[in-house]
Design a protein around this ligand. Structure first.
Ligand code: ATP
Ligand code: MG
Length: 456
């Protein structure tokens, strides 16, 4: 259109320039600038609609319908099911199981809703093969292999699906925009068109998103702002457990996690992650302690392992997997100062079993106990579980959701529960064979560690 201007946008970071440049001055990447057309002011005014503001008090409440995806673990992360008209971005490392998860939910959703699965990455044959392996029977499931955004939208207009799955948003592009497939502009514009479609037709949309070199969600940051929920699918390459967590959710909490196991029949839900994590726990070894953290409304019990060995380096080594490195350093400093333990002479390797991330202060006590056990070589009985926050003076502070944690510990068969003294109230009931041990500072836990028998 007359008066339209062209500008150049970096497909990595979204920086703009009025002329083409070889290296982006913002992200320092080479050859990332694409030319895009910006409509002129007159073209924008012509496109302006007659949209009027409405009085807040006169607005009627919309009724959001939620559909069960067939996976309780996913429903939990979505805030209780998939909301009609919502757009969910699902991101994760290559091969983690994004397509598998979405194809599996098609099966249940397809029983009651019309589902359109659009793949720009795999052929219909590959999709059919996966569907066979996952034993999917969707009578109202439609497959489309397409990378053109306009063709996808045209097919949506024809089929009128209730749920649309786009695998992946990076493969979509439109001739209306001059930049290449996967560029910031193409991803943003394609997502914008699909979001507009979803809102207008009350269709739920899943967008699969790639990750970038740093492990973040690839594409423009604005994509995360545009959608209603951002889910991240993660897991270790070496084990089959997969965790899905919400980074953002306009229809629910972001504290919940969903746990799955990948197998040849696809993803299997793990409704009781604590049992799985604790099943492989070694018995009677030093440096191991059970702890409990809340993930949303669900308590998860995990095993913390601390290996403490004499250092061979000028400065002691510290590594932490599943727990914040700075928080571990702080706890080590508290134990050095308040208990005189010589961690500065030792390397510390901390690990949380099962790939769970402990990002709650209530994990402090179990971490500190694993560290003490690791350095003193004393054993913490496998009947013991501990939770509590530790202050800088070594005091143990009260934690929230105590009933949930104690209940889960009792369910998993722990007989001695070490918890902050302030948390013990007459209302906290446990079976007769379970002992609640209240502690107010870190020294008191030493009484519950035993020296290892020589033959063990
Ligand atoms: N026959 C099989 N038996 C067991 N696991 C399998 C089998 N086939 C595939 N998988 C698992 O499924 C994973 C691939 O899943 P999927 O294709 O859903 O991942 P994705 O996240 O969509 O990957 P991409 O980013 O490449 O699209 C494999 O990494 C493997 O763990
Ligand atoms: Mg895939």
């Amino acid at each position: 259109m007359k008066g339209n201007k062209t500008t150049f946008v970096c497909r990595e970071c979204g920086a703009t320039s009025i002329k083409w440049i070889g290296r982006c001055p913002e992200c320092m990447e080479w050859n990332t600038y694409d030319e895009i057309t910006v409509p002129s002011v007159s073209a924008r005014s012509a496109a302006r609609s007659e949209n009027k503001a409405e009085k807040f008090s006169e607005l009627t409440l919309p009724t959001y319908m939620r559909s069960h995806t067939g996976m309780n673990e996913l429903d939990r992360v979505l805030g209780g099911g998939l909301v009609d008209g919502s757009v969910v971005l699902l991101s994760g490392e290559p091969g983690i199981g994004k397509s598998t998860l979405l194809m599996q939910i098609c099966s249940e959703l397809g029983k009651t809703r019309k589902v359109l699965y659009v793949s720009g990455e795999e052929s219909k044959g590959q999709l059919k093969l996966r569907a066979e392996r996952l034993e999917i029977t969707g009578e109202t499931l439609y497959l489309l292999t397409e990378t053109d955004t306009d063709s996808v939208l045209a097919e949506c207009d024809r089929l009128k699906p209730d749920v649309i799955i786009i695998d992946s948003i990076q493969t979509l592009s439109s001739e209306r925009f001059t930049s290449v497939q996967g560029s910031v502009t193409q991803v943003r514009e394609s997502a914008m068109c699909l979001i507009a479609y979803a809102k207008k037709n009350s269709a739920a949309v899943f967008l699969v998103g790639h990750v970038n070199k740093e492990g973040g969600i690839s594409g423009p940051k604005i994509l995360e702002h545009m959608v209603d929920a951002v889910l991240y699918f993660e897991g270790e390459r070496t084990n089959s457990y997969r965790i899905i967590r919400a980074i953002k959710n306009r229809f629910g909490s972001t504290n919940e996690i969903g746990v799955f196991e990948m197998g040849d029949k696809g993803l299997r839900e793990i409704p009781n992650p604590s049992e799985v994590v604790m099943a492989e726990r070694p018995v009677n070894t030093s440096g191991s302690c059970a702890g409990c953290v809340m993930q949303g409304t669900r308590p998860i019990i995990s095993e913390i392992q601390a290996l403490v060995t004499k250092t061979a380096y000028p400065s002691a080594k510290r590594t932490s997997d599943g727990f914040d490195h700075n928080r571990m350093s702080l706890l080590i400093a508290v134990l050095e100062k308040r208990m005189g333990l010589k961690f500065y002479e030792n390397d510390v390797y901390l690990n949380v079993a099962g790939g769970i991330h402990l990002d709650e202060p209530s994990a402090d006590l179990s971490i500190a106990m694993a560290l003490i056990s690791g350095i003193t070589d004393k054993v913490i009985s496998d009947e013991i579980i501990a939770f509590g926050e530790i202050g800088l003076s070594g005091e143990v502070r009260a934690v929230s959701h105590i009933d949930y944690r104690v209940k889960e510990a009792v369910r998993l068969g722990f007989k001695k529960i070490i918890l902050p003294k302030k948390n013990i109230t007459p209302a906290l009931k446990v079976p007769d064979d379970v002992q609640l041990i209240g502690v107010s500072n870190i020294y008191q836990v030493l009484a519950h560690m035993t020296t290892k028998a020589p033959n063990e």
